[in-house]
Write a protein that binds this ligand. Sequence first.
Ligand code: AMP
Ligand code: GLY
Length: 427
Amino acid sequence: MTGPASVLVVGTGGREHALALALSRDPGVTEVHAAPGNPGIAAVATLHDVDPGDPAAVAALAARLAVDLVVVGPEAPLVAGVADAVVEAGTACFGPSRAAARLEGSKAFAKEVMAAAGVPTARSWVCDSLTDVGRALDEAGSPYVVKDDALAAGKGVVVTTDRDEALAHAATCDRVVVEEFLDGPEVSLFAVCDGTTARPLQPAQDFKRIHDGGRGPNTGGMGSYSPLPWAPPDLADVVIATVVQPTLDEMARRGAPFRGCLYVGLALTAAGPRVIEFNVRFGDPDVQPVLALLESPLGELLLAAAEGRLGEVDPPRFRAGAAVSVVLASAGYPESSSKGDVVSGVDAASAHDGVDVIHAGTAVPDGALVTAGGRVLSVRATGPDVATARAAAYAAADEISFPGMQRRSDIAAEPLGVVEGAAVLDG
Ligand code: AMP
Ligand code: GLY
């Protein structure tokens, strides 16, 4: 046997639901568990009420269940050392150690590793005072990109042509990274890594702003699609060669080998692909369409990565066609979220051909499904091409409603030609 028979997925969101679904469809996987999971995951996994951010508790659960593999979904548990505790307790874990998770946990650290590894990225200035910030803004020029150095769930970045607004954002952070503005379409590339070897998944695009046309504030992501028919066919290979492999080599040299998903957020600029950011886990919703199209068994791939033997398994294969995910968010998102709004139509949407309704922030307190977070659900559909998958996703999404529901109407309507999270709009 090369794949796991039993897997524990750690986390509560849409990414974890998409992972649990893909694992449950892996013919070698007979048992899926989740800690703590969500009401959607409950349909394909056994839920365990364990705090995903508590390393000892997750490691103890994995040992008690005697699972073959733990897959850690979100970044916070990784930064807290959940993977270290799980491995220490003797269970294979897909997800980097605390030391390797600093690639996402600190933007300054990521920049330092990229510089040492010769990875193409935006010029940047790490600033500890507002005087430094002012100087860096003048050197970088407008549009200004100011990032909180700490974990901020994709919401700690301000891009603006207004110098005062850039300074005001910096004033709310302890330490900031000022960056050169990258211009070009933004792409998510997920590399499955085993410490020394990397395998790319199919590229995806994520629509980051809350409103149509890239207007309004940044969110965790309002929709996504894959593949990118317009992207250069060798994009994944170029990114592995110029970004991922040098980063793996540098992390190994530093004694913090990277095992898990290295999520490379790229801008395809006129000068070539440039790294916008690293994350140390799959992106959500970006990974949802990618997993819908993965043909080879996910469990086998992730276990091989966790055990340092990616070279022994076949590279991931994808079926022809496309997939699109449309996020349904609650009232107030992204500034706040609305809890307890009753959701209807999920069963009708799920009955559509080739559609999965993926749960992110839902709860069933008294038997009825209600909202429990900012991003509530996403509706994912597959089809022979992006346009067909998109039409199928929206047709199914039309079945679902709840008070205050927000959804974009332009997901995958056209390729995102710009770094949307950074679009300089006054929306
Ligand atoms: P991050 O928190 O680093 O993921 O940044 C959030 C979003 O801001 C990214 O997804 C991009 O859309 C945008 N962004 C970040 N850095 C830059 C940059 N240097 N140039 C242009 N856009 C950026
Ligand atoms: N969709 C962006 C992220 O997962 O960070």
